[in-house]
Design a protein around this ligand. Structure first.
Ligand SMILES: Cc1ncc(COP(=O)(O)O)c(C=O)c1O
Length: 446
């Protein structure tokens, strides 16, 4: 039997040597919060009873929250209530029902803005999610600003939503596409990133948290570095995995744009947004045209509406904005510091439990410094087969490249198995995955 208990993989192609900067992420919980979380890990921070799907399936171990989070009843109720009591096309009608719909839509924006630390709520644009938000920035800002010979920087751990979008935008503009490499324990290699930054760098886009391995990136340090070495660059933060798991304060992040997905926060699929600095958003041309994004349409030209409407073409997805606001209220009531502490204690417990199984490799930084993701491999088992076996134990995990093929190449694998957690996850889920993986290890003779 091979015995593998690895937290940081080493010496794989494209992954640079381990950096010495071992600074703990700023999101580490206080000792008191950690103690509270350790005891709360036994119980869900967000009770299963709050989630109709989980309540209806008491034996299900849902460990795929990084892909999408289960929905609390309050979100479903808010959407239903909107459709049943206040539904009409917002902004369009002179009648009271349309005013009511408009009011609910505006309230939703104010709630989501407050949740993410956005003082100027007109700078929060509703989108279909992170992918849509990044495409908006790349298309609208990129088209107006990128020129031949410019440079755009992403990282080797980016989700395709960021990586591919900027790769294509750079190529269309004739700009150079640069990739910051990773350390052995799957962090951004800050020395390498620094070496890529210069006066020609116009955009630096990276994930707040890696969806594939859970690395929490040091945003403040990267922002400082970019402002110093690449003063002409905009900084785009992919917040798909941070909005659901950390207390996010856009104002203090120091980035220019922040993209997020509602469905990963317990909100509806097809909801999310882009937050941007007002001056940049105002200077950008529209992304799509039609609907509320116009001011005046002349025969020969059109002028644009104010923010945020300039970037919200067509009938808005107001019902899902209302649902997203309910998800933000739900998370706020729990407290994002508690969410982080709860998930951190579980990710440590799950990493230790899995790494103790012979043949298991866990990828990424030490568990205490990761978000709620355990990406792993079992010797001799393809992750897809492993996920299928785990499903027989009612354990739902994801297997594949996690929309991160560049990262998989750097890890030297084609896929990993990924278990990811949320506020409704408990130590019982950890026990279930440990038993299921141990059973699979016996099948594969690891
Ligand atoms: C880090 C990261 N970025 C971007 C995305 C894309 O999000 P969406 O599919 O909701 O647009 C995801 C989704 O998994 C993600 O985890």
């Amino acid at each position: 039997m091979s015995e593998t208990k690895v937290i940081a993989r080493v010496a794989v192609p494209g992954v640079r040597k381990e950096q010495t900067d071992g600074a703990a992420p700023s999101s580490a919980p206080s000792p008191a919060a950690a103690d509270a979380a350790a005891s709360s890990a036994l119980h869900a921070l967000a009770p299963r009873a709050d989630f109709p799907l989980l309540a209806a399936n008491p034996d299900l171990h849902y460990l795929d929250s990084a892909a999408t989070a289960q929905k609390p009843r309050v979100v479903l109720d808010a959407i239903r209530d909107y459709y049943e009591t206040s539904y009409a096309n917002p902004h369009r009608g002179a009648y009271r029902l349309s005013h009511a719909a408009t009011e609910r839509f505006h309230q939703a924006r104010a709630t989501v803005a407050r949740f993410l630390g956005v003082a100027d709520e007109a700078t929060l644009i509703f989108t279909r999610g992170t992918t849509d938000a990044i495409n908006l920035v790349a298309a609208a800002w990129g088209a107006a600003n990128l020129e031949e010979g410019d440079e755009v920087v992403v990282t080797g751990m980016d989700h395709h939503a960021n990586f591919v979008t900027w790769q294509r935008t750079a190529q269309e503009a004739g700009a150079h596409f640069r990739i910051a490499e990773l350390t052995a324990d799957v962090r951004i290699d800050l020395d390498h990133l620094a070496s890529l930054l210069n006066d020609r760098t116009r955009a630096v886009a990276f994930p707040h948290i890696s969806n594939a391995v859970g690395t929490i990136n040091p945003v403040a340090e990267i922002v400082r570095m970019v402002r110093e070495k690449a003063p002409r660059a905009v900084i785009v933060l992919d917040g798909a995995q941070s909005a659901p798991h950390l207390a996010v304060d856009f104002a203090s992040l120091g980035v220019d744009f922040y993209a997020f997905s509602g469905h990963k926060m317990g909100g509806p699929m097809g909801s999310g947004g882009l937050i941007g600095r007002r001056a940049l958003l105002e200077a950008m041309p529209p992304y799509q045209t039609g609907g509320d994004m116009i001011e005046f349409v002349h025969d020969d030209r059109t002028t644009w509406n104010v923010l945020p409407y300039k970037f919200e073409a067509g009938t808005p997805n107001s019902a899902d904005a209302v649902g997203l606001a309910a998800a933000c209220d739900y998370l706020s009531a729990i407290g994002m510091a508690n969410v982080r502490a709860h998930e951190q204690s579980l990710v440590v417990a799950m990493s230790e439990a899995l790494a103790s199984i012979p043949g298991v490799t866990v990828f990424g930084p030490p568990a205490t410094e990761r978000s709620g993701v355990v990406s792993f491999a079992l010797a001799g088992a393809h992750p897809h087969d492993l996920a299928t076996i785990l499903d027989e134990h009612a354990v739902c995990i994801r297997a594949g490249h996690h929309c991160c093929q560049p990262l998989m190449r750097r890890l030297g694998v084609s896929a990993t198995a990924r278990a990811s957690i949320g506020a409704y996850t408990t130590l019982d889920d950890v026990r279930a995955i440990r038993e299921a993986v141990a059973a699979a290890a016996r099948v594969f003779g690891g």
